[in-house]
Design a protein around this ligand. Structure first.
Ligand SMILES: [Zn+2]
Ligand SMILES: [Zn+2]
Length: 293
């Protein structure tokens, strides 16, 4: 169901460069994120996580109830690798991003003073415990959105490895028909058509897991009525479309990988399509993503 894709730094760079050529307006943003994505892929080699064990009994309950395998708070993360990545991301951000500069300086200062509680923030994000974020932003004058962005991106490689490990528990003969991630229960952030027949996959907005999905279907409200499922696309960007649901008024961006030759790295595609988010919102549709990290 999910391929174990490994992507090299070179491929990320190529994917970013070809998109920059097509859409120069995204140049600065792609240059910035490209470095973060490369740091995240590099970090994956260093991560060590003991696979999460799920008993047979628990598995059958979850399968019967169509529950995801774990809750967000159950993700295993490599705190040491995440800590190193956080420092690296702060370095990248300090160099490239004006907006986040003051928050990053404050984070680095707190780290130097040994007042930055990495573990509480990593696990606080997973437990959706806002108090640890509140405490940190107040004490060190950091913007909360910036802190959440940096913390989430630092644990993301662990989340994706953990999801890959857990996918071994999914029943390969029983396709997952729900609109939420079979691993962690989050909604998809992106949809992708692959292969000759254009099989549709959904990508989790939190852990990045990719699962096979019905073609005509709204993952946010289970709508399958073709009269209320529409999409828009632009002649200039045939590889993208935005799927709209008139029942729940949510949208999801879709990449048709058959219509482009370039390397598809979903986090980069997600970024380089912000104009489609703007258009969908102008049309009064909402994003179905649970996390705007
Ligand atoms: Zn997930
Ligand atoms: Zn819907």
């Amino acid at each position: 169901m999910s391929e174990n894709i490994t992507i090299t730094s070179d491929q990320i760079t190529k994917a970013a460069e070809s998109l920059k050529e097509l859409r120069p307006a995204y140049g600065a943003i792609l240059d910035f994120y490209k470095q973060i994505f490369i740091a995240q892929e590099d970090s994956k080699d260093k991560i060590q996580i003991d696979p999460i064990q799920i008993s047979e009994e628990m598995l059958s309950i979850k399968a019967d109830e169509e529950f995801p395998l774990i809750n967000l708070s159950e993700f295993a993360i490599d705190a040491k690798a995440s800590k190193m990545l956080l420092i690296k991301i702060c370095g990248i951000t300090k160099e490239s991003s004006g907006d986040m500069a003051s928050s990053v300086m404050a984070i680095l200062k707190a780290i130097d003073a040994e007042e930055f509680d990495f573990d509480s923030l990593f696990f606080g994000l997973l437990e959706e415990d806002d108090s640890v974020f509140e405490k940190t932003v107040k004490k060190h004058a950091i913007k909360k959105g910036d802190l959440a962005f940096i913390v989430y991106n630092s644990i993301k490689p662990s989340l994706s490895l953990c999801a890959q490990q857990l996918s071994a528990y999914l029943d390969k003969d029983q396709p997952w028909t729900k609109g939420y991630c079979p691993i962690c229960g989050s909604h998809p952030g992106l949809s992708i058509f692959e292969g000759e027949g254009g099989e549709r996959f959904l990508l989790c907005s939190f852990c990045g897991y990719k699962w096979s999905s019905r073609r005509l279907y709204c993952p946010f409200c289970d709508n399958t009525d073709t009269k209320t499922l529409n999409y828009f696309f632009s002649e200039d960007e045939k590889e993208y479309r935005v799927d709209l649901c008139d029942k729940c008024k949510k949208y999801i961006k879709t990449i048709d990988s058959r219509k482009t030759e370039r390397i598809i790295y979903p986090p980069i595609e997600q970024l380089a399509t912000l104009h489609l988010d703007i258009k969908a919102k102008e049309m009064k549709y909402e994003s179905g993503i649970d996390f705007s990290l």
